[in-house]
Design a protein around this ligand. Structure first.
Ligand code: ADP
Ligand code: MG
Length: 383
């Protein structure tokens, strides 16, 4: 969208031609002012935070809608991937949606609207350490050694072939049965395949929702899926960047992760790849990350300080406000607490802190065009 009138462009000093419309400036009296846009010619690391129910997932959906609404020629520069842990972004696919595609692991496909596609992880995309973490095995234990040696036998393996290899190995029966038991459990998740690939997520201009909500009870599986995905996409973009010379082989990737605190434990595979590769080194190869969380303090200082755009909805917990204050760049002169007080109770109101323009703004995020699946359920028949 090209804005000729007065507007605020976050993220870069550009002409607003390739930008996402976030909402409008929110005045103290509640009236709305000039449009606020986020420039996407360059990659960004965005953190969206705030108390539950004040608009994080909604705002994430607005960003996704804006990508979908970019003119085709621009949109083809991007591939948008939403990691949906709660199953609330699926409403952006199907009728009335924005042409997004939903991917979900095979066991949950039947619960999805028609058209959902299987999400599979290539077995070779995870390291021995990832498998150990996933299965709760100590890497330096006899169990870890047995697993490592089975994995190292070949590059393409199925979980079932690992079980066969371990059964025919010389490991002690106790170790064999423990490791094989854990591998059978992993096999039952129907998540891993030797020949899987993430290539279809990289179709130019595509909007992809990865619904992992089916594994609700098990954050370890979701975290493993994110580790694998994040690592594979990083490698693809780093390789493409080397070859690209004025043309685009693989679209620039925007990965959006809701409930991101689940994935950012520094000692987890997902946490390591997201922080070390995506946040610290991702901008050069064209990787953008949007993380939404109700606990910015749980993201850690590293994550908050690497973000170049912070969108903060209503936030009340002291630890969280303090975490933001610590990471808050010097140009935010007003204490975070006071700025937050200005948001009041308005859902969708937010402070946006922008490194590129060294400024912060109080905004009201625009209304969604597609259905937002994240609202709290209401009871029927109350009136
Ligand atoms: N920008 C907005 N404009 C209008 N309503 C909003 C906006 N942001 C949030 N809401 C309302 O608040 C509810 C909760 O928002 P949601 O994003 O699901 O919260 P959370 O921060 O927990 O992810 C939404 O269902 C919607 O009704
Ligand atoms: Mg939410």
């Amino acid at each position: 969208m090209l804005y000729t009138g007065r507007h605020y462009l976050l993220g870069n000093a550009g002409d607003g031609r390739s930008s996402l419309y976030l909402g409008r400036y929110l005045a103290l009296d509640g009236s709305q002012g000039a449009p606020v846009l986020l420039d996407v010619r360059k990659p960004h690391a965005v953190v969206i935070c705030g108390k539950r129910g004040y608009g994080k997932s909604y705002t994430m959906g607005v960003l996704v809608e804006e990508f979908a609404g970019l003119p085709e020629a621009l949109r083809r520069n991007f591939s948008v991937i939403v990691v949906d842990t709660m199953g609330i972004f699926g409403s952006m696919a199907g009728p009335g949606g924005i042409g997004a595609r939903v991917f979900t692991p095979a066991p949950f496909l039947s619960e999805m609207p028609a058209g959902a596609l299987p999400f599979e992880i290539p077995t070779g995309s995870l390291s021995v350490y990832d498998y150990c973490e996933l299965l709760g095995i100590e890497p330096l234990s006899p169990h870890g050694a047995v697993l490592a040696s089975a994995i190292s036998e070949s590059d393409t393996f199925s979980i079932e072939s690992l079980i066969d290899r371990i059964h025919s190995s010389a490991a002690s029966p106790g170790v064999t049965s423990a490791v094989c038991g854990l591998l059978s459990m992993a096999s039952s998740w129907k998540l891993f395949s030797p020949h899987a690939s993430f290539a279809s997520l990289l179709e130019p201009g595509s909007i992809n929702i990865i619904d992992l909500s089916g594994y609700g009870h098990d954050p370890g599986i979701k975290s493993c899926a994110v580790a694998s995905l994040a690592r594979a996409l990083y490698d693809v973009r780093v390789r493409a960047r080397r070859r690209e010379n004025g043309s685009r082989e693989v679209p620039l990737i925007w990965m959006l992760i809701d409930e991101a605190h689940m994935f950012l434990q520094p000692d987890s595979g997902a946490g390591r790849v997201l922080v070390n590769e995506w946040l610290r080194q991702g901008r050069q190869p064209g990787l953008s990350l949007v993380l939404a969380t109700q606990r910015p303090s749980a993201l850690g200082y590293d994550v908050l300080s690497q973000a170049d755009v912070i969108v903060c909805h209503r936030l009340t917990l002291r630890d969280d406000v303090e975490a933001l204050e610590r990471a808050r760049p010097l140009y935010v002169k007003e204490p975070v607490r006071e700025a937050l007080a200005r948001l009041g109770n308005t859902r969708g109101a937010a402070i946006v802190v922008d490194d590129a323009t060294e400024s912060y703004h109080v905004i009201k995020v625009r209304q969604r065009k597609s259905l937002h699946g994240g609202g709290e359920p209401e009871i029927y028949g109350a009136d």
